[in-house]
Ligand binder design. Sequence first.
Ligand code: TRH
Length: 407
Amino acid sequence: MSPSPLPLDPRPNGALIFCRVIDNFGDAGVTWRLARRFSALGIPATLVIDRVDVLAKLVPELDSPLRDFTFEGNPVRPVGETAEVTVWDWETFEKALADTDPQWEAARLPELVFETFGCRLPDALEARLAEVADNPRHLTYNLEYLSAETWVEDSHNVWGLHPRLPIKKLWFFPGFTDKTGGVIIEEPLKAEVVNCEKTSTPEKKQTVLRALGLHPDGLTFFIFTYPENDLTALTNHLTALSKKHPVNVMLAPGVAGDTLYRHLQSSDTLRLRKMPFVCQPEFDAVLRLADIAIIRGEDSFVRAQLNGKPLLWSIYPTDDQAHLIKLDAWLDRLRPLFEDEETYLAWREVPEAWVKGSLTESAFIRWCEALPTWTTIATQWQNELFDRGDLVLHLVARWQQAQDEAQ
Ligand code: TRH
């Protein structure tokens, strides 16, 4: 798929995105980012989510005991952003559909509909989609989880049929190659990254680190990980590293962050900072402050890459161990960036061992000391992702292609 910027003409009249939260923040985080991105492109976005309370953690404007009355079906404009997103609680939205709520009736059915992560669309909505099945301006996407695995390329951009109704859904896979949909890249992001490189002098960074109570010249980690990861080993390794180099640790809120804080607070060699839960644009800013990101899930994993950070990916663990295959596939994707096998193996050994719970102190310290090499690789990878283009522009381009095919 073409990575070149696309004129948004013709443009769909709106995007209706459905999300069911399985756990944690990833489902809400990805769909919220998707909705924000559509909105920023001038395509009105509506997010229907079954856990507005989870979304409210990312969008403090929703965090009100009155949110069901004040936000249902109303646009939300997050502080500091120009674009609005309309948020509905899933159940209320379904009721509104069933009762032919005038609010919904008055609205047109948006031309883009997203079933995300196999969440299954409401029956009443599918019935509406069946009515417009012959109209090429309406396109329903089945947007899947991100994976670097090779099979994704064959399953991407493939139509699936509905078991009962005459509707088709287009399977769309985010990914890391030109034969997938790419990842969400906001327009200002690249400018911010480049700008930050230009304007963020070491002195400015030192000032921010000092303001956070951190060592101005410390090797700075940002850690957002799962309680299942080997936090004892991480504590020991960070402590050992801090005896050789000044080390800062910024901890994301949550169970793992609290545990690490308890373990690390007695260390007199490293500086520790518990971070608050910040909004998505600020999350990028926090990542940019770090030298090494230990991140998790899908969205924070992508953000660390887009911000050019060397990372240890605490991939979301699954019982069938499929996460090890996914991790392997991502590590494989970066192989071409390394000049020789030895350096590549030295790099991949540590992220692999981290997830498997077999990371040793010496390997961790060696890896951290090779940081300039990993930062160069991370920057090259960041540029490759930028060059491949934005998932949302690719989604719009696919819709535009459907318009051309229909003529
Ligand atoms: O929270 P996650 O672990 O979420 C998920 C879910 O568990 C999901 O079911 C699973 O399939 C998926 O991982 C792989 O991690 P993730 O994806 O990184 O989501 C976190 C979101 O929270 C992301 O959008 C960034 C955001 N965030 C902030 O905006 N501010 C913050 O301060 C923090 C810590 C996170």
